[in-house]
Design a protein around this ligand. Structure first.
Ligand code: FES
Length: 121
């Protein structure tokens, strides 16, 4: 059975293959959202980009980002600043499904990259 380790919360959960990270987090009471997004978000439709997480380990054990997820980062400034510099590890939790039987390590609520090493300089 695959596992998701939520690093900030120090919690490891077993999930069925195909489970998305957002649902696994919600089931365990783990908060993915910051600020008002805890109350107002797209509920897993991949529209708000507020469920962003960093896949710190086990990226081979999750689905690859689809075209919408790759495009979504560029559609609003906040999402873009979160994305810059973390292109290889940032994902939308609602669009990231666990596959295989390995472990995935996830950092929830990553900070914005406002000093953006790749953007400003
Ligand atoms: S919940 Fe809105 S993009 Fe994931």
């Amino acid at each position: 059975m695959p596992t998701i380790k939520f690093l900030n919360e120090k919690k490891t959960v077993e999930v069925e293959p195909g489970t998305d990270i957002r649902h696994a987090a919600m089931r365990e009471g783990i908060q993915l959202y910051t600020g008002p997004h805890a109350y107002v978000n797209c509920m897993g439709w991949g529209q708000c980009a507020s469920c962003k997480v960093l896949i710190k380990k086990g990226a081979e054990n999750v689905t690859r980002p689809g075209w919408w997820e790759r495009l979504r980062w560029w559609l609003d400034p906040l999402a873009m600043f979160a994305y810059l510099g973390k292109e290889k590890e940032i994902r939308l939790a609602c669009k990231t499904r666990v596959i295989g039987n390995g472990e995935v390590e996830v950092e929830t609520r990553p900070p914005l990259n406002l000093h953006g090493e790749k953007f400003w300089g």
